[in-house]
Design a protein around this ligand. Sequence first.
Ligand SMILES: Cc1ncc(COP(=O)(O)O)c(C=O)c1O
Length: 475
Amino acid sequence: MAKPAPNRPLRPATLLVRGGQMRSNLEETSEALYLTSGFVYDSARQAEQTFTGEIQHYQYSRFGNPTIEMLEKRLAQLEGAEACRATATGMAAVSSAMLAHLKTGDRVVASRALFGSCHWIVSTLLPRYGIQTEFVDGADLEQWKTAFKRPCQLVLLETPSNPMLELVDLTAVCDMAHKAGAIVVVDNVFATPLLQRPMKFGADVVVYSATKHFDGQGRVLGGAVLGSKKWIEEVLQPFTRNTGPAISAFNAWTILKGLETLHLRVPAMCRSAAAIAQMLEERAEVERVHYPFLASHPQYGLAKQQMAAGGTLVSFDIKGGKEATFRFLDALRVIDISNNLGDSKSLITHPATTTHMRVPAEERARLGISEGSVRLSVGLEDVADLIEDIATALDAAAGNVAPPRSKSAGKQVLEEAGPAPAEVAAPRSKKAAAPARAAKQAEPDLFAEAMQDLFREAEPAAPVAAAKPAKRRKA
Ligand SMILES: Cc1ncc(COP(=O)(O)O)c(C=O)c1O
């Protein structure tokens, strides 16, 4: 059976690989996937005792499942939260957290810089149930202060926000919200628990779309709600058990395996994002770059206080409106146009016509989302390839180069860039191989250079003294 856990705190990388694992008596290495909707009982008495709560026994995967429980435990340990419930999507996490806590007559205050669907819940859904809602500019503490003059039950905010990477001062807002009687729900998707743990600053509930960095490889949807044991068990759980936003065990398992590399992926993506943000600031075609760890970000000081790094997303405004921006997006050859984020593949989106299309134009303008705004989710490709892709596409956007080929043609270019068949097949004769070798020498060896970069920091810090070769004895 599983070894007892060490009685000392473990570091995030260890928690991401091992946190929450429950081994069966078969002693499997990897977390088991319990792909089952229900569970059986030894006897009618055992079933009865399970339902009365006298004994602990899995009942039904809408209520609980061992694979899902492993994910919940791992996320709770990582976040430093007492409890977690995984959900089918990030939106199931946000809507469950809000609807479980609220009732008719309550009041919600939210920062207006929210993901489109979260914005819809606050602006459209909650008022239908007699819940008053009010938006404030998240960065403006005076607006929060005014909003909290009236009693309030729940605050919803994102920091950094989707898509313009605006920050909210968590300590100040949590403080004011608690005095007004509200719990604070933070959507921490953009930061991930590695860059920011909102509960440290006073947040009561943290929600995630696990679809993003947690899976990190664009495979499955998922979500999570984290909070105190009391709130999760007494407020959230009755709602989720009876309304059914449960995650599938397969998706939970996929996310568990994704989490095992989160601490390797996110810092690498942040390093590339920072390099791209810097490069974009120098381009004349770019009106403005939004990245929390750029000194030009209006909340740079706050970002440094709240976050460990600037994040994996960079937003920027391209000069020349929608037409120039679409020219830029269509000219990208490595980065894909997609509205997802947090993936190992770099993805770019035009919020005004996609994720934030349904946010009224006036509200979009207040959020700073223009026809030229794009949101780039930086992936794990070589940053030099990403920078070259962006630079070439910006040239195209400005009309400095011939019109780009269609996207499918671009895909073909990537395929063409793979090794030529002549290089892969063993050369038939030395004579035939000679021209190929000459061509190889002329080109930089991108593979060798990239490997050198990747492993530069892999040298031992203090080289072990080389053992002196034993002196040869004279015969
Ligand atoms: C900040 C934020 N919150 C919530 C969600 C919703 O997540 P999901 O698509 O998993 O429902 C998203 C999705 O893009 C998001 O960006």
